[in-house]
Design a binder for this molecule. Structure first.
Ligand code: 13P
Length: 246
């Protein structure tokens, strides 16, 4: 049985004062779920120090493919590990859109994460027009095959299905639509990596996960938890979501 994950993506939110929310999450996250909080890079080291020796893991939101070099403003997977992070999100749709990241770039970033000993949380998901055109499984399949490197295992990879139109909108697919995509992803991974590896890789759903819908979403076939944006910023929202994954 796969241990469910409640992962929080803080995006470009959080200042030093937000440490109080982290502390409340650490204190309240007592269930069986694996909890990963991905603050902005400015808070990575302080959050990792605070979460050390607790059940909460800390991750980053992006990394550069290279270990070091002349890449102003970027951070490497090695730096994330050095700061105490254990996970890194790669290929989030906001990175794909705002920074023109394609599947090959995302794949290189996932390989960088592995090189540094981090778990890569690799994101895929269709836009609204792609769903309306009936292309959802085609797009998700292409992104999976292009973004997930050869060598993915349950230990080094988590995959997040995040329909772009569900992010920050309060809209979600139906439970049947979520099941369709997650079942498809599991089968696609099994084709590539074999049943045993594919069965261990956690598949998260992301996009408008809230305390009120988390339990029903996490109960869907092949959904192994959530990647949560807005509702991960406050302990009062995120703790019930963590509980729903436990
Ligand atoms: P929201 O939970 O705010 O919709 O964001 C989802 C997301 O993009 C997480 O990576």
């Amino acid at each position: 049985p796969r241990v469910k994950i409640a992962a929080g993506n803080w995006k470009m939110n959080g200042l030093g004062a937000s440490t109080a929310e982290l502390d409340a999450m650490i204190a309240g996250a007592t269930g069986s779920a694996e909890v990963v909080i991905c603050p902005p890079a400015t808070l990575l080291a302080s959050f990792a120090a605070r979460a050390a020796e607790t059940g909460v893991k800390i991750g980053a939101q992006d990394c550069h493919p290279a270990a070091s070099g002349a890449h102003t403003g970027d951070i490497s997977a090695e730096m994330i590990g050095d700061a105490g992070g254990s996970h890194v999100i790669v290929g989030h749709s906001e990175r794909r859109a705002d920074h023109a990241e394609d599947d090959a770039t995302v794949r290189a970033k996932a390989e960088a994460a592995w090189r540094a000993g981090l778990v890569a949380i690799i994101c895929v998901g269709e836009t609204e027009s792609q769903r309306d055109a009936g292309d959802t499984l085609g797009i998700v399949g292409r992104q999976l095959r292009g973004s997930v490197p050869a060598g993915a295992t349950a230990a080094n990879t988590v995959i997040a299905y995040e329909p772009v139109w569900a992010i920050g909108t309060g809209r979600t697919p139906t439970l049947a639509e979520i099941a369709e995509v997650h079942d498809f992803m599991r089968a696609d991974l099994a084709n590539r990596f074999g049943t045993e590896a594919a069965d261990g890789i956690r598949l998260l759903y992301g996009g408008s996960v809230k305390p009120g819908n988390a339990a029903e979403i996490f109960a869907v076939s092949n959904v192994d938890g959530g990647l949560v944006g807005g509702a991960s910023l406050k302990a009062s929202d995120f703790l019930p979501i963590i509980a729903a994954a436990s």
